[in-house]
Design a binder for this molecule. Structure first.
Ligand code: ADQ
Length: 761
């Protein structure tokens, strides 16, 4: 039991150790001090004895010149002592006592015994004797005649009991101080050790037990003795959860078709591809979870956006680190000193490492991303603006992200997945330092024609940065072709169009079409079955949608999403087919984005104005044609509308893929929905059973809406069944698995170099 207490409370041991060491050191110091004082006191007494002998020397000489019997009479009172001086004594040259003070009575023999130790050559001698237990300090001085012959010895004796008494008092005092100090230090050190180490480690152990035995998903304790321990604990917990989920799911998956990729199957595949000791590191500008403040407390939010929708489930399945720009107002307070935390907050599975920017860096970096590269790649008729200072910040921020990647990888191995156009230079920056890492860049937006890229003043730098990757992924083959054409025209590169590779300065990059996708709704914690029916009912009632067919749109508010074109087409549909007025409403979920840019604010205002105009033109009592819900909605709300709607409209003017189209298909469990899809969204190449439209062609667009409304039920379900099969089979896990397989096939530079050396031998 006592052992257990000591084992558990190491702080107690630390306190006792400190107390012991303090006690020993304190006792030694006290002893040394007492000894020093004793020496000083004795020296002082000896000095006094010498002074007395000096003062009386003439008188003693004088007395010794007369008859020996008269010495006592002649010296008289001078032999007596007072206070600490016991008295003086005179011995003849033959050692016989001639005279002594009264206080020395009975002590003379001890003194004369001591005189025998006064050697012939010595002029004086000091020593301490005991007189019935009382310490006496004696000083004997040889007296000489004028002819140099010994006349006798003069002795001065002091009572030095006070020195022993003082030492005893000092000892008591010193030990008292030592004990008090030791107790105080023991309490202080033990207390601090308990607060700083024992208690947090005890909490950590309890938390680990709960995670292991009770399958708890709570976050690890925050107050751990070192920030490195916090982040390593978070990572370990995230990896452990990911591993456990994989194990649980494996049995379940075995029963499922080989064609369907699941998170567990991806996890197993990732372990194969990564190998032992490798980790997955994702880097993107947008973070998967940001923290806002609500009611004074930090609250985690998933920002709307395709990169997050697609990549978060991959990291949840495989574990790893996601490096991203921390943009939430409460981001700093929810991460550790390095910027790390584990996510998802409710059930941590991987580490999020936040990278910070100053407001100036933020404006210039995103200025380059949003005003230059984005409009250059997306043909939405916006003129790109190329500012040199924005570019300088783009380079600097890419360097910052690359440094964060290198820091996270440390001395280990990793597959680095660089996401999107905000990170174009990161692959080369990472490769320069760590050529042995396997790096992939996935470009989520379209890659336009050579002519569109030619206008960019930094086209060569961007291409060289991208070509630092081993694999460069695009959604469509058409983007891969354009990219190789661009490299061919702009750089000195060796292209292999059969194998889709580009070699620049000895490094080969493979260019691959990897159409991205989404995860099943069932994994996103949204209501299903009766709970979902109740949600539909509640929404219909709150919005006055009973008995009305719902068409839905879900988008970030961006010029490329074709929102004005959608509203215009819907208005034209109502105008052209008045029989459908009062029977169909368009619910548009619109997440504000990039609102710091004036043209995005104007775009939002334009949409609000346009929707009001259409509503005032067509609305009737109890029916509103357009419900524009400007907000970033949670996954449950997005799913509720997508599953309730019999029509979904995706009218992007240009889009790499567009995940909303796939999310809609996966939300249609009853197969009763119809998808209207822009031919300029990458998804149109795969979702061929959608009604494909040109969003600029209002006439055709309005007719497609009418066709969707009037489509016979069996055609709807037949189209939706085929769409569903495609998205089920080509989900996000398959995308990630294909990407990791592509990375696995890459031979890292070190291995290539070794193979080269072997070949030479
Ligand atoms: P994005 O242009 O952001 O992505 P997209 O593919 O349309 O977009 O995905 C948007 C995501 O945000 C979807 O998951 C959607 O549900 C969500 N979302 C949109 N509006 C929302 C709202 N109001 N509230 C809540 N959630 C909302 C980029 C490219 C795309 C490419 C993806 C993935 O521009 O072409 O498909 O990356 O590669």
């Amino acid at each position: 039991m006592r052992d257990d207490v000591f084992q558990r409370w190491r702080s107690l041991r630390a306190g006792l150790l400190v107390a012991g060491v303090t006690g020993i050191l304190g006792a030694l110091f006290t002893w040394w001090q007492i000894e020093r004082e004793r020496v000083i006191d004795v020296e002082d007494i000896d000095r006094r004895a010498r002074a007395i002998a000096h003062v009386l020397s003439y008188t003693v000489h004088d007395a010794l010149r007369g008859p020996a019997e008269n010495v006592a009479t002649r010296l008289g009172k001078r032999l007596e002592g007072h206070s600490r001086l016991l008295g003086c004594a005179v011995f003849g040259s033959d050692g016989r006592l001639l005279a002594a003070g009264p206080k020395l009575k009975g002590f003379e023999s001890s003194i004369s015994g001591e005189l025998t130790r006064l050697l012939p050559g010595d002029s004086d001698r000091c020593s301490t004797l005991l007189d019935h237990g009382r310490p006496v300090r004696m000083r004997a001085e040889r007296m000489l005649r004028d002819d140099g012959e010994a006349a006798g010895t003069f002795v001065v004796a002091h009572d030095v009991t006070f020195i022993a008494e003082r030492a005893a008092a000092r000892l008591t005092q010193g030990l008292f101080v030592v004990v008090i100090t030791a107790v105080m230090l023991a309490t202080l050190v033990g207390g601090i050790a308990w607060l700083a180490y024992d208690r947090p480690l005890q909490h950590l152990a309890d938390w680990m037990r709960r995670v292991r035995i009770e399958d708890s998903s709570e976050a690890p304790p925050v107050w751990l003795p070192s920030s490195q321990l916090v982040s390593e604990t978070n990572r370990l917990a995230a990896s452990y959860r990911a591993a456990r989920t994989a194990t649980f799911q494996e049995a379940h998956e075995a029963a499922r078709s080989d064609r369907i990729w699941t998170s567990g199957r991806l996890r197993a595949h990732a372990l194969d591809c990564l190998g032992i000791g490798n980790q997955l590191v994702v880097v993107s500008s947008r973070e998967p979870y940001l923290h806002v403040r609500r009611d004074g407390k930090p609250h985690a939010v998933v920002p709307p956006g395709g990169v997050v929708t697609a990549v978060d489930p991959v990291l949840q399945a495989c574990g790893g680190v996601w490096i991203a720009h921390g943009t939430g107002e409460a981001d700093r307070e929810t991460a550790d000193a390095v910027g790390r935390l584990t996510v998802p907050p409710a059930d941590p599975r991987y580490t999020l490492r936040r990278v910070w920017m100053t407001p100036r860096e933020n404006d210039a970096y995103y200025g380059c991303c949003n005003d230059a590269i984005w409009p250059m790649c997306l043909l939405a008729h916006e003129r790109p603006i190329f500012r040199t200072s924005d570019w300088q910040h783009y380079v600097a921020m890419n360097r910052r992200f690359a440094d964060a990647v290198l820091e996270e990888v440390g001395g280990g191995q990793a597959i680095v997945l660089v996401q999107d156009y905000q990170m174009a230079l990161v692959p080369q920056m990472v490769r320069e330092v760590r050529p042995d890492l396997r790096i992939c860049l996935f470009w989520h937006i379209p890659w336009p024609s050579v002519d569109a890229i030619r206008i960019c003043p930094w086209r060569e730098e961007i291409l060289r940065g991208m070509l630092g990757a081993d694999v460069i992924g695009f959604h469509l083959q058409q983007y891969c072709n354009s990219f190789l054409d661009t490299v061919d025209r702009m750089l000195e590169a060796k292209l292999d169009r059969d194998h889709f590779t580009a070699e620049v300065r000895g490094h080969v990059s493979r260019v691959r079409a990897l159409p991205i996708s989404v995860q099943p709704w069932s994994e996103r914690g949204v209501p299903a079955g009766p709970a979902l029916d109740r949600r539909h009912e509640a929404l219909r009632e709150a919005m006055g949608l009973q008995g009305v067919e719902v068409a839905v749109g879900v988008d970030r508010i961006d010029h490329t999403k074709g929102l004005p074109e959608r509203l215009r087409a819907f208005a034209h549909f109502l105008q052209k087919y008045p029989q459908h007025r009062g029977r169909v409403s368009l619910v548009q979920l619109a997440a504000p984005s990039r609102l710091h840019l004036k043209r995005y604010q104007d775009h939002l205002e334009e949409l609000v104005h346009y929707a009001e105009q259409i509503n005032s033109q067509f609305a009737t009592e109890g029916w509103k044609p357009i419900h524009l819900l400007v907000d970033q909605h949670d996954a449950g709300t997005v799913h509720a509308f997508l599953s309730m709607a019999t029509i979904a409209i995706v009218s992007s003017l240009h889009d790499g893929m567009n995940l909303v189209a796939k999310e809609y298909v996966l939300a249609q469990d009853g197969l009763g929905g119809c998808l209207i899809l822009s031919e300029f969204a990458g998804a149109a190449e795969q979702l061929t059973d959608a009604l494909v439209i040109n969003p600029y062609d209002t006439e055709q667009f309005a007719d497609a809406i009418r066709y969707a409304v009037e489509m016979p039920a069996d055609e709807r379900s037949e189209r939706m069944r085929r769409l569903r099969r495609h998205v089920d089979e080509h989900n996000i896990y398959r995308w990630a698995a294909e990407l990791l397989s592509g990375m696995h096939a890459v031979t890292p530079a070190k291995a290539r170099a070794a193979a080269g050396r072997k070949a030479l031998v």
